[in-house]
Design a protein around this ligand. Structure first.
Ligand SMILES: Cc1cc2nc3c(=O)[nH]c(=O)nc-3n(C[C@H](O)[C@H](O)[C@H](O)COP(=O)(O)OP(=O)(O)OC[C@H]3O[C@@H](n4cnc5c(N)ncnc54)[C@H](O)[C@@H]3O)c2cc1C
Ligand code: SF4
Length: 511
C-alpha cells in the first residue's frame, strides 16, 4: 500500500493549495518546529512566536478539514531539531513510500530538501506553492542578456500580462506610475488611523521557547502578539486596509511620523510571506474595492499599492532566484565596519534612528521608507558590513525571509550588488529625512549643519560616502548632480565636512 508524507514549511500556510482539495487517509502532512530554523540567524521574539502561532493554527485547520497531520512541537521529546532527522524518523514510523514537499522560497532550504530527497530511498516529488504570480525564473528570463534588472519595465509587463489597471493596451489614467504624486510628507489633512492589531495570548508559546533555550531579541508587550495568525485574520486585515487605509496609501506612502508607526501601510507582509493569503487575492480585493469606491479612492492610491505587490514583490523574488547562490556575499563597496551596538537597543541620540529602530524592536516591523531611508541609508553611509546589515534585517522583521529580505537589504538599500536592483544608491542627507518626517524637530542633532557642534551625522557621512566611492559612482548620471556639488565645494568647507565624517565614523557607537 502506498503512503505519502507531505512536508509543509512554516512559510507555506496556503490553505487553498491543491494538495488540500481532497482528504486521503494515505496522505500524512507533516509540520515541524525545529531549532535549525531558530539558529540560522538570531530572530526577533515576535517573529518566532508569529510563525509558530500561525503554523499551529494551520495544522489545527487542516485536521478540522479531515486531513491527517503530524505536528512536531519544538519541545516534543522525539523532536530531532532538524528537518532531515525528523523526516527520516517519521518516514520509518509511518511506513511512508513517497515523500513530497513544496518548492521552498529560500535557497538554503531548497538545497537541503534536494539533498534529503537524494538520501531517502523512497519516491519523492515536489510541488509548486501556488502562491506567487510568477515562476521562479520568470524575471531572469524576462531580462535575459541584460546587465541591470529594471523593476519598472517588469512591472509594466506584469500589468499588461495580468490586465491590471489597463484600458486596452494603455495604462488606466494614461500613466503607469504615480510615484511623483506619492511623495508627500504627512500634512494632517486627513486623520490618521490606528493599524489593526490582534491580541493573541502567547504566554505558553513564549514559555516554551524560553524553556528550550531559543536565543532571540526584542520584546512582546504583555505577552500579546499583534500579528494575524490565521487566514481569517489575514482576510480581516485586508478588509481593514481597503476600508481605512487604502484611500490615502499612495499619497503618504513615503511619509514618517514619530508618534505613528505605520501611517497608511497595510502591514500585510507577514500574512503574505507566510502565504496565509495570496497576492492575487490582495490584488482582486483592492481592485474591486476601488471600483466600488471611486468617489473616495483615487487611482494613484491604488496604483501605488498594486506596484508594491505585483511589481516589487514578484520582482525581488525573481532577482533572488536569478542571483543565488552568491548574492549573499556581494559587497560592492567593500564595507567592513561592524554594526553599532545601539542597533540592538535603539539607544542613539539620532532621533530618526532611535524611533525607527525602537519601533522595529517593539513591533518587529517598520515601513519601507523607515527601513530604506533611515536605517539602511545610515548603514550605507557609515560603511557597515552588509553581512551585519543582512543579519539584523533578517532577524528583526516579522516578514523577513531571505528571498525578500536580502534583495531589499543587500540589493536595494546597501547597493552591495553594484546596481543589479537599484540604478543608484539610496543615499541621502538629513534634508530628505526632515522633508518626509517630523523626526528632526525632536532631535539632539541639527539637520541643517554639516559639521560642528551637534551637526547631523547623515550630512557629513553622505558627502564622505560620495567622496570615498567616487571611482564607483561619479559616472552614474543619476547622481551626477551630487558629484557636481561636491566638486564645487570650497576646499576648506570640504575639509571640515570630511573631518566631521571621520570623527563620527570613529565613534559610531556613541552617536
Ligand atoms: C532594507 C529593507 C528590507 C526589507 N525587508 C523586507 C523583508 O524582510 N520582508 C518583506 O516582506 N519586505 C521587506 N522589505 C520591503 C518592505 O519594506 C516591506 O514589505 C513592507 O514594509 C511591509 O509592510 P506592509 O505590509 O505594510 O507594506 P505595504 O507598504 O502596505 O506594501 C504592501 C505589500 O507590498 C509588498 N512590498 C512592498 N514593498 C516591497 C519591496 N520593496 N519588496 C518586496 N515586497 C514589497 C509587501 O508584500 C507588502 O506587504 C524591505 C525593505 C527594505 C528597504
Ligand atoms: S537631525 Fe539627523 S539624526 Fe536627527 S532626526 Fe534628523 S536626520 Fe536623524
Amino acid at each position: 500500500m502506498s503512503r505519502t508524507l507531505r512536508l509543509i514549511l512554516g512559510d507555506q500556510l496556503n490553505s487553498n493549495h491543491s494538495w488540500f482539495k481532497q482528504t486521503d487517509n494515505n496522505i500524512i502532512y507533516v509540520m515541524l518546529e525545529v531549532m535549525q530554523e531558530q539558529q540560522y540567524v538570531m530572530h526577533h521574539v515576535q517573529k518566532i512566536l508569529a510563525f509558530f502561532g500561525a503554523m499551529r493554527n494551520f495544522a489545527y485547520q487542516l485536521k478540522k478539514r479531515g486531513h491527517q497531520v503530524v505536528y512536531i512541537k519544538l519541545d516534543d521529546p522525539e523532536n530531532q531539531q532538524d528537518f532531515e532527522q525528523n523526516l527520516q524518523r517519521i518516514i520509518i514510523q509511518n511506513s511512508i513510500t513517497r515523500f513530497e514537499y513544496q518548492l521552498p522560497d529560500e535557497y538554503r532550504l531548497d538545497e537541503q530538501l534536494k539533498a534529503i530527497c537524494q538520501k531517502l530511498n523512497i519516491e519523492t516529488g515536489v510541488a509548486d506553492t501556488e502562491h506567487f504570480l510568477t515562476e521562479r525564473n520568470d524575471v531572469q528570463n524576462f531580462f535575459s542578456g541584460k546587465k541591470r534588472y529594471l523593476m519598472e519595465v517588469f512591472y509594466r509587463h506584469m500589468r499588461q500580462k495580468l490586465h491590471i489597471l489597463m484600458e486596452g493596451d494603455d495604462p488606466l489614467g494614461d500613466r503607469w506610475n504615480f510615484d511623483t504624486d506619492n511623495r508627500k510628507k504627512y500634512d494632517g489633512k486627513v486623520p490618521l488611523e490606528e493599524p489593526i492589531r490582534y491580541n493573541h495570548d502567547v504566554t505558553e508559546l513564549k514559555a516554551m521557547i524560553d524553556r528550550m533555550g531559543v536565543k532571540y531579541f526584542g520584546e512582546v508587550d504583555a505577552m500579546r502578539l499583534e500579528w494575524p495568525l490565521s487566514r481569517q485574520e489575514a482576510l480581516k486585515s485586508l478588509e481593514y486596509f481597503c476600508e481605512h487605509l487604502l484611500p490615502h496609501f499612495g499619497t503618504y506612502e513615503d511619509a514618517m511620523l514619530q508618534e505613528h508607526i505605520s501611517l497608511f501601510h497595510s502591514r500585510m507582509s507577514f500574512a503574505l510571506n507566510s502565504k496565509m493569503i495570496a497576492p492575487f487575492e490582495i490584488v482582486s480585493k483592492v481592485l474591486n474595492h476601488y471600483k466600488q469606491h471611486q468617489q473616495i479612492i483615487t487611482l494613484p492610491q491604488v496604483e501605488g499599492y498594486i506596484r508594491q505587490v505585483v511589481g516589487w514583490r514578484e520582482f525581488m523574488r525573481g532577482v533572488y532566484w536569478s542571483q543565488m547562490p552568491g548574492y549573499d556575499e556581494k559587497n560592492f563597496f567593500n564595507h567592513r565596519t561592524e554594526i553599532p551596538h545601539w542597533f540592538w537597543d535603539g539607544n542613539t541620540k539620532m532621533n530618526c534612528l532611535n524611533k525607527c529602530i525602537g519601533q522595529s524592536l517593539n513591533h518587529a516591523w517598520a515601513h519601507h521608507i523607515q527601513r530604506l531611508m533611515v536605517i539602511g541609508n545610515f548603514c550605507l553611509l557609515a560603511g557597515i558590513n552588509p553581512d551585519d546589515v543582512d543579519a539584523w534585517y533578517l532577524g528583526i522583521y516579522v516578514d523577513a525571509i531571505q528571498w525578500v529580505e536580502i534583495t531589499n537589504t543587500r540589493g536595494m538599500s546597501q547597493f552591495a550588488d553594484g546596481g543589479i536592483i537599484a540604478s543608484k544608491p539610496y543615499a541621502a542627507t538629513a534634508a530628505y529625512i526632515n522633508k518626509m518626517s517630523d523626526y528632526c524637530k525632536h532631535c539632539h542633532y541639527d539637520y541643517k549643519k554639516r559639521y560642528g557642534d551637534r551637526a547631523c551625522p547623515y550630512n557629513s557621512l553622505y558627502w564622505n560616502f560620495l567622496d570615498r566611492n567616487a571611482e564607483h559612482l561619479q559616472s552614474n548620471p543619476r547622481i551626477g548632480m551630487a558629484y557636481r556639488i561636491l566638486k564645487t565645494m570650497q576646499p576648506d568647507e570640504k575639509q571640515k565636512v570630511m573631518e566631521q565624517a571621520a570623527d563620527y565614523l570613529d565613534k559610531l557607537n556613541e552617536l
